[in-house]
Write a protein that binds this ligand. Structure first.
Ligand code: ADP
Ligand code: ADP
Length: 229
């Protein structure tokens, strides 16, 4: 479903973040990109949703080159979740999630209903949380809102950059478990970036290991990465 061939990125200051990357992500697969800080994981994600243009190489989603056409239309099909979820601080949780369906031209009542369903899906009871503001939620709860908002356009693809990084280990474990359940239920194609090899092995159908300098070292199922035959 997602296919990268010979993708490199050199930023204008001369930093090469990604080198000659070939990567395939099948439909419904959850692939984790793992490696030390600065090895090009975030850059790789941002090239898939065209926040960053590759210097060389091609990126296709369902056979369409992502650099063809309107980037806004492209991003409509791609949910993006980052570590510090940028919720609108002066808007209620429900409004934060409704924004996406409203932007897509849905009616207010439909958007509200959809946002309520999504909050329920990520484990936030709308009766309790819909009318709160972001600062009235814990870090873990804010991340859930971020996931709900990323799902709001019902995108087939989710790109997640350290989505569970900003919360304590116990909350992280719970969010990971719930996310795995959600992903299996919804069948989304997911590329998830983490610097935590344990998280990658726990969540990934496949794990792509990057090294310093933006090179892909290895891409395999978790068991084989851990040395099982
Ligand atoms: P990771 O997500 O693995 O931590 P990044 O993709 O963020 O890695 O960064 C890869 C390399 O590219 C790093 O050396 C980083 O400093 C550099 N880099 C990232 N963004 C930019 C940018 N906008 N301009 C210049 N260099 C950048
Ligand atoms: P989590 O386990 O998700 O990190 P916390 O232990 O941080 O949750 O928070 C526990 C409860 O306290 C949650 O129900 C959260 O909504 C509530 N809470 C956290 N911060 C605030 C706040 N600033 N105002 C009101 N409620 C809050």
């Amino acid at each position: 479903m997602i296919r990268l061939r010979g993708v490199s990125k050199t930023y204008p200051d001369g930093t090469t973040a990604v080198r000659e990357l070939d990567l395939d992500v099948e439909r419904g697969e959850l692939v984790c990109l793992v490696g030390p800080s600065g090895c090009g994981k975030s850059t790789t994600l941002k090239m898939i949703n065209r926040l960053v243009e590759p210097t060389t190489g091609t990126i296709e989603i369902d056979g369409h080159d992502v650099t063809d056409g309107d980037p806004v239309a492209l991003r409509r099909g791609i949910g993006y979740v980052i570590q510090q979820v940028g919720l609108f601080p002066h808007q209620k949780i429900i409004t934060n999630v409704m924004t996406v369906p409203l932007l897509l031209g849905e009616s207010k009542s439909f958007a509200r209903e959809r946002a309520g369903e999504l909050l329920t899906l990520v484990g936030l009871d709308p009766a309790r949380y819909a009318d709160r503001y972001p600062h009235q939620l814990s870090g873990g709860q804010r991340q859930r809102v971020g996931v709900a908002r990323a799902l709001a356009a019902n995108p087939p693809v989710l790109l997640m950059d350290e989505p569970f990084g900003a919360v304590d280990p116990i909350v992280r474990g719970r969010l990971q478990d719930e996310f795995l359940r959600l992903q299996r239920e919804l069948g989304k194609t997911v590329v998830l970036v983490t610097h935590d090899i344990d998280e990658a092995v726990k969540l990934g159908d496949r794990v792509a290991v990057f090294a310093d300098g933006g090179r892909l070292l290895q891409s395999d199922v978790p068991a084989r990465l851990l040395g099982f035959p």
